[in-house]
Design a protein around this ligand. Sequence first.
Ligand code: NDP
Ligand code: 8X3
Length: 253
Amino acid sequence: MKTICITGASSGIGEACAHELAAQGHALILCGRRADRLKILRQHLETTYNTSVLDLELDVRYYKSCQEVVNRHEALFSKTDILINNAGLAAGLAPIHEGQINHWDQMIDTNLKGLLYMSRLISPYMVKRKQGKIILIGSVAGKETYPNGNVYCATKHAVDALARGMRMDLISHGVQVSAIHPGMVETEFSMVRFDGDRERANAVYNNMTPLKGIDVAKAVTWMIHSPEHVHIADVVIYPAVQASATIVNRSNS
Ligand code: NDP
Ligand code: 8X3
């Protein structure tokens, strides 16, 4: 049984990870801004799997909030075996000269700074115990760029760079850093990106079968449960019909 912290557990990939890992008997710390959702999820996981779950309302964009939460629950956070840095979003899809500053701030503050804050606060406990895994949820957008993806792609490229840099810094301390880079996953991601425009969000997955959160969660559990001598460092996972950020075969569905 491991103690696992998941950021952004209130929907999508993070929520799927919570289900999968609770089913395997792990103790969970679930973070996100939507406290109501996390509470319902905690109750469901506790009753279904009889496992220990702590739900924490947290906006990872604010270092002081992250610090306060980690300090308040230090007894638990100091035992974190695995940190899954999943909280993130794309806001908008616009050419650079039309991009909205508030979108850029939100993506940079969440995808990049939030990941850094949580890693900075929790990794010292792992270093002290000489064990731990940090899993970053990157994206195909961190391996390639695509038109109008500019700032989102930049944040995910930074996640890719951080995965490599953090891996180098922490390996001698017994801590592994891994990254998973999914292609298209049907979650709330596109609804968030297009600010609740359901038609636009649904069109992203027209005539193709995207990944589901659970598909990424399975890759996470594969990383977590790999043998002691194995470190799965970097994984790209696509839907069967996707070949790159922009190449998707929509002709066979
Ligand atoms: P969802 O929108 O379904 O989930 C995003 C999660 O992030 C939610 O739980 C949300 O919780 C949380 N979150 C967002 N902002 C914050 C914040 N400031 N503080 C704390 N939590 C936050 O999308 P996905 O599950 O798809 O996204 C999860 C990750 O996967 C993201 O990093 C995304 O970039 C990445 N990804 C997604 C892909 C896709 O196609 N869906 C493909 C590749 C990568 P709340 O709103 O309650 O705070
Ligand atoms: C999410 C996948 O292609 O919309 O990271 O960037 S994509």
